[in-house]
Write a protein that binds this ligand. Structure first.
Ligand SMILES: Nc1nc2c(ncn2[C@@H]2O[C@H](COP(=O)(O)OP(=O)(O)OP(=O)(O)O)[C@@H](O)[C@H]2O)c(=O)[nH]1
Ligand SMILES: [Mg+2]
Length: 442
């Protein structure tokens, strides 16, 4: 359900006021006549609230302090008010209850943000302004160390009245290099901006700041959306050791399951001890299917058989976890190429998405990893992990500028909700500060 249909659902006032058969069918969530006085009051409060998820959640969580029946009743009430069908409502509440038990969470402050994240996914409200500002806060938080490294330099540069002369351009280039954008990208950004400033007669540092943001945003391509594919969609995930492949798969899997997809995880990392068990635990927690052949098995065979299972059992999505490989090791690259070949044999077109996971804290080294993986197997998407707390936030710009590969998600921490769609605009604001960045810091 999108944002506008959520709104419509909430504001439609039930069969009694609608009139006409069509309307009766459309509005099925509540019969106001059957609501208790408290429920009627809560529905009225929802309608009075600012139309956004956090405000609605504020209304229904009033007086709820812990994970108990009252909590489940209130979540259910909100979902019903938003016209979620009864089955989906029950499933949502049941799965959330299981997760709370699994995580041993009792107090509302421990699970409120996960609840909001799950609701945003289930109700398709992630693009809502409210969710975007939550994301902004997270990204701004993650990039605060990069920003603080370069903030002084940028603030001096963009001070009103500052002369835009040769030393201005020199300092700007140095500041961008400090943010780990790399000398090549920093140089070309400055050269382009300089040309633009001359052509458009920009001499005011404030305008130049905005032009710089636009220039950086321009490097990012939107992720390719694969349309019209025969399911299952196969997503191959690779990268060097310890970058966060398996955790990222768990997070992606969680997102997709929250959106109602049937997901299978394939354990093609048969190299590292305990890798298979690690993935199996994630699959269990998320409620995904799982396929493995144990440690030491041929990763291509695991992939082949997982795809057969996926086709046979009607999965929507398969994530293939692979062994962390040093990008300099040729035999491991060959293993990855074999996985790709085999996947295409059993399911033509697979893998539909090849994702390279990069650890943002490794800085410029991420670029050589991208180059080598791209040559070996091709890369459709990049996911940048560990942006929380890195001082190398500019690496996203460097990777986008050098390879033109879209960044689909960023990892901002270890929790399930800490993987978020990449938003160039938010990212650049968070990196350089300025209006949006400052807002998020407040
Ligand atoms: N802070 C932070 N930690 C992360 C993030 N993503 C992953 N991690 C952590 O990074 C560590 C390695 O994660 P894994 O998912 O096991 O990495 P991997 O690439 O599968 O590792 P190998 O299979 O050994 O190559 C774990 O401790 C994760 O919790 C992130 O976005 N932020
Ligand atoms: Mg792993």
């Amino acid at each position: 359900m999108g944002f506008f249909s959520s709104l419509r659902a909430l504001f439609s006032s039930g069969p009694t006021s609608g009139g006409g058969k069509e309307r009766e069918e459309e509005v099925s969530a509540f019969d106001p006549a059957l609501l208790s006085p408290e429920e009627r009051e809560m529905l009225a409060a929802l309608r009075r609230a600012e139309p956004k998820l956090s405000a609605w959640l504020g209304v229904v969580l009033e007086g709820v302090t812990r994970a108990d029946d009252l909590l489940y009743a209130r979540i259910s009430f909100l979902l019903a008010a938003l016209e979620t069908p009864p089955f989906e409502r029950e499933e949502f509440v049941r799965k959330f209850g299981l997760w709370l038990k699994d995580m041993d969470y009792e107090r509302i402050q421990d699970f409120r943000s996960e609840l909001q994240y799950r609701l945003a996914l289930a109700l398709d409200l992630e693009d809502e302004e409210d969710e975007r500002s939550r994301l902004m806060l997270k990204i701004a938080d993650g990039l605060s160390s990069t920003r603080s490294r370069i903030a002084g330099g940028l603030n001096r540069l963009f001070l009103p009245g500052r002369a835009v002369d040769a030393s201005f351009w020199e300092e700007l280039e140095e500041t961008l290099i400090l943010a780990d954008m790399g000398a090549g990208v920093a140089g070309s950004v400055c050269a382009d901006l300089r040309k633009r400033a001359a052509a458009e007669g920009l001499s005011d540092p404030g305008h130049l700041r905005a032009a710089l943001c636009a220039e950086l945003r321009g490097f990012f391509k939107p992720p390719r959306r694969v349309g019209l594919i025969a399911p299952p969609e196969v997503v191959l995930v690779f990268g060097v050791n310890g970058v966060g492949k398996t955790t990222t798969i768990a997070k992606l899997c969680h997102r997709e399951i929250m959106r109602g997809k049937k997901v299978l995880l394939a354990a093609a990392d048969t190299f590292r001890a305990a890798a298979v068990e690690q993935l199996e635990i994630w699959a269990g927690r998320a409620g995904a299917g799982f396929y493995a052949k144990g440690q030491g098995a041929d990763p291509a065979a695991v992939t082949y058989e997982a795809l057969e299972k996926g086709l046979r059992e009607g999965f929507d999505l398969i994530f293939v976890d692979t062994a962390g490989r040093l990008h300099t090791k040729a035999n491991l690259m060959e293993e990855l190429q074999k996985i790709v070949r085999v996947a295409g044999k059993v399911h033509p077109g697979a893998p539909q998405r090849s994702i390279l996971v990069l650890d943002a804290t490794t800085g410029q080294n991420a670029l050589s990893q991208t180059r080598i993986f791209r040559q070996a197997v091709g890369v459709d998407e990049l996911i940048l992990t560990k942006l929380d707390g890195t001082a190398k936030g500019g690496i996203a710009v460097a990777a986008a500028a050098e390879f033109g590969i879209p960044i689909s998600f960023v990892g901002l921490g270890e929790k399930m909700e800490d993987l978020r769609p990449f938003d160039p605009e938010l990212y650049v604001s968070a990196l350089l500060g300025g209006d949006a960045g400052q807002q998020a810091q407040n």
